[in-house]
Design a protein around this ligand. Structure first.
Ligand code: FAD
Ligand code: SF4
Length: 508
C-alpha cells in the first residue's frame, strides 16, 4: 500500500501551465501530480484525429517537462473509459488528504470530477490564466437584460490598462473596424508569409501512430501535424505572428481565399486554450509592437479585441449560464446536420474548401466558422446541439467554454440573442464579396430560385420567411424582413420549394 499523499494535483489536457493555481504551494515531498489520457474525452463527441493528437502530444510534452523538473507525477497513457473512474482509482491508491484542481474548461468534466472525488475534499481553484474571473463577469452581468461585447471590452481595457492613454483609448477610439475587414480583390492575397509549423518530434510521431490506430474511424487526419505542442514552440509562434502577420491582421481579418487556410491569422487559439500561452503576454506583445511603430493601431486593436474582449466574454457567458445554456434552441431548429459536414463532399465550393481544411488541419479562421459553416447550418435549420457537437469535434482549439457560446450563441442564435444582437444571416453575395469561392462554383449567389440558385441565397430568403413574425420589428433585422413584402405568393412558394430541395440534398 502506498504512503498517502497530501495533495493530489489534477492537471487536465487544457491546463498545461506550470503557473496554474493548482500548483500553488506544491511540495514535491508531500504532493503528487496526476494526468490521465482518458479515451472518453476523445469519444464523448466524435473528436477529429488532428484534435486528439494536439491534446495528447501537448500533454505528454508537459508531463516530460514536469518529470525533468523532478515533480512527482503519475501519468496514465491512453486508457479506455472516463476521467471520473480514473480519478476514483488514483484516489483509492494515493489516498490524498485533498484533491486540487484549477477550474476545468468544461462543465461536464467539473461535475464528473466533483462526484468522483467523493469523500475526499476537492478544491476547485480560480483559473488565473484569464483576465476576468467568473465572479467579476457575474458582477458585470448583474442587472443587464442583454450582454454586449462592447461594454465588457471597454471595461476590460480600462481595468487592465490595455491600449489606454490615461482615461482615453489610444488613438481616440475604442474600435477601428472601419479601417479593417477588406477583401483581397480579384487577384487574391499575393505573397503570404508562411505559417509557423513544427515538425513532429519522436513523441508527437508516437502519438500520431497511436491516434491512427486507436481512433482510425474518427474524422479528419492525424498527419500532417504542425501545431505548437510546447510552451517554447508556442512562444516562437507568437513572436513570428507579431513580426510577420499582425501588421495585416485587421485589414484581412474577414477575407477568404480558396486553398489558403492560414492568411494573416495568428493560429494561436490552441496554444492559448491549452494554456501554453498566457493571454496577457499575447496582448502585451501586440500592444508593444504598436507602441514601437511596427504595426498600425487598427491591427493591434482588432487583434487585442479578440482576446481581451471576445475570448474573456464568451467564457464569462459560459460559466454564468451553464448547464442550461447548452440546451438552447430559440429558433426551434430541428434538422439533422448534413452528413457531408464530416467529409466536405458537397458541390458548394465555399463549404467544401472550409471543411476540407478543417479536416486536414483542425483549423478554419473565424469568418469561415461564422459565415460559411455556421451560416449554412443556421439557415438550413440544423438542431443547434448537433452543430455544437461538430464544432467541438473538429477544431484543435475546441474546448467547451469557448466553443459552445461561439456556436450556440454567436453562430446559431440558439440563446435567443443573449450573446449576439441578431442572427448572422446573409446570402451567397457575402461570400462572393469576401472570397473567390463563387467564381469556380456551379451555383450563382445572385439567384435564389432555379437550378443554379446558390443554396445560401435560397436559405437566406427561406430563413426570413420562416421567422418573419419573430423578426418583423427586430431593431437590427426588420429592414431585411421588410424586403419580403416585395414577394408575391408564387415567389414565396418557389423559395420554399427550392429550400426543401436544398435540405433534402436533391438540389445539385
Ligand atoms: P485569430 O483570428 O488570429 O484571433 C486571435 C485570437 O483571438 C484567437 O487565437 C482566439 O484566442 C481569440 N479569438 C478570436 N475570436 C474569438 C472568439 N469569437 N471567441 C473567443 N476567442 C476568440 N475559438 C476557439 O478558441 N475554440 C473554439 O472551439 C472555437 N469555436 C468557434 C465556433 C464558432 C461557430 C465560431 C464562429 C467561432 C469559434 N471560435 C473558437 C472563435 C474563433 O473562430 C477562433 O478563436 C479563431 O478562428 C482561432 O484562430 P486564430 O488563432 O488564427 O485566431
Ligand atoms: Fe458558396 Fe453559393 Fe458561392 Fe457556391 S455560389 S461558393 S455555394 S456562396
Amino acid at each position: 500500500m502506498e504512503t498517502p499523499c497530501r495533495h493530489l494535483v489534477v492537471v487536465l489536457g487544457d491546463q498545461l501551465d506550470r503557473e496554474a493555481t493548482a500548483f500553488d504551494g506544491f511540495d514535491p515531498e508531500q504532493d503528487l501530480v496526476w494526468m490521465c489520457e482518458a479515451a472518453e474525452e476523445s469519444t464523448h463527441v466524435w473528436s477529429s484525429q488532428q484534435r486528439i493528437v494536439m491534446f495528447l502530444s501537448a500533454m505528454r510534452h508537459f508531463a516530460a517537462a514536469l518529470e525533468e523538473e523532478g515533480v512527482p507525477l503519475r501519468y496514465e497513457t491512453l486508457r479506455e473509459g472516463g476521467l471520473a473512474d480514473a480519478l476514483r482509482e488514483v484516489i483509492a491508491q494515493a489516498r490524498p488528504q485533498r484533491v486540487r484542481l484549477t477550474q476545468p474548461g468544461d462543465w461536464r468534466v467539473m461535475q464528473a470530477l466533483r462526484q468522483a472525488a467523493g469523500e475526499t475534499p476537492l478544491d476547485v481553484l480560480e483559473d488565473r490564466h484569464f483576465l476576468c474571473s467568473t465572479a467579476r463577469f457575474a458582477a458585470h452581468a448583474r442587472g443587464r437584460r442583454q450582454l454586449r461585447l462592447e461594454h465588457f471590452y471597454r471595461a476590460m481595457r480600462r481595468e487592465h490598462g490595455v491600449l489606454m492613454d490615461g482615461e482615453q483609448p489610444c488613438g481616440g477610439a475604442w474600435n477601428f473596424d472601419a479601417d479593417n475587414r477588406e477583401s483581397f480583390g480579384p487577384d487574391g492575397p499575393g505573397f503570404l508569409p508562411p505559417p509557423t509549423r513544427f515538425d513532429p518530434d519522436a513523441m508527437t510521431q508516437a502519438v500520431i501512430a497511436l491516434v491512427q490506430a486507436r481512433f482510425a474511424t474518427h474524422p479528419g487526419q492525424a498527419a500532417p501535424f504542425g501545431w505548437p505542442v510546447t510552451r517554447a514552440q508556442a512562444l516562437q509562434a507568437l513572436r513570428v505572428f507579431v513580426d510577420e502577420r499582425l501588421e495585416h491582421f485587421g485589414r484581412w481579418q474577414d477575407a477568404m481565399w480558396t486553398g489558403e487556410p492560414w492568411l494573416y491569422h495568428a493560429h494561436l487559439s490552441a496554444a492559448l486554450n491549452l494554456k501554453l500561452l498566457k493571454p496577457r503576454e499575447v496582448i502585451a506583445a501586440a500592444e508593444a509592437a504598436w507602441r514601437a511603430g511596427r504595426v498600425p493601431l487598427p491591427a493591434a486593436e482588432g487583434f487585442i479585441r479578440q482576446i481581451l474582449g471576445w475570448r474573456e466574454y464568451v467564457r464569462g457567458i459560459y460559466w454564468l449560464r451553464m448547464p442550461d445554456y447548452a440546451e438552447g434552441n430559440a429558433l426551434a431548429a430541428e434538422h439533422d446536420l448534413p452528413a457531408w459536414y464530416w467529409t466536405g463532399d458537397t458541390p458548394m465550393r465555399c463549404l467544401a474548401d472550409a471543411i476540407a481544411q478543417t479536416l486536414r488541419h483542425g483549423y478554419a479562421h473565424h469568418i469561415q466558422r461564422l459565415m460559411v459553416t455556421g451560416l449554412y447550418a443556421l439557415m438550413h435549420g440544423v438542431q443547434p446541439q448537433q452543430v455544437h457537437a461538430w464544432y467541438l469535434s473538429v477544431y484543435v482549439d475546441a474546448v467547451e467554454w469557448v466553443e459552445l457560446p461561439n456556436t450556440l450563441g454567436m453562430s446559431q442564435f440558439a440563446d435567443g440573442g443573449l450573446l449576439a444582437s441578431k442572427p448572422y444571416i446573409a446570402t451567397g453575395r457575402y461570400i462572393e464579396r469576401m472570397s473567390d469561392h463563387c467564381r469556380g462554383c456551379r451555383f450563382d449567389p445572385g439567384e435564389r430560385v432555379g437550378e443554379r440558385a446558390c443554396p445560401f441565397t435560397t436559405l437566406y430568403w427561406d430563413f426570413l420567411l420562416r421567422h418573419e413574425a419573430r423578426f418583423a420589428s427586430h431593431p437590427r433585422l426588420a429592414l431585411q424582413v421588410n424586403n419580403l413584402s416585395r414577394l408575391d405568393a408564387a415567389q414565396r412558394d418557389a423559395i420554399r420549394a427550392r429550400a426543401r430541395r436544398v435540405r433534402d440534398g436533391s438540389f445539385a
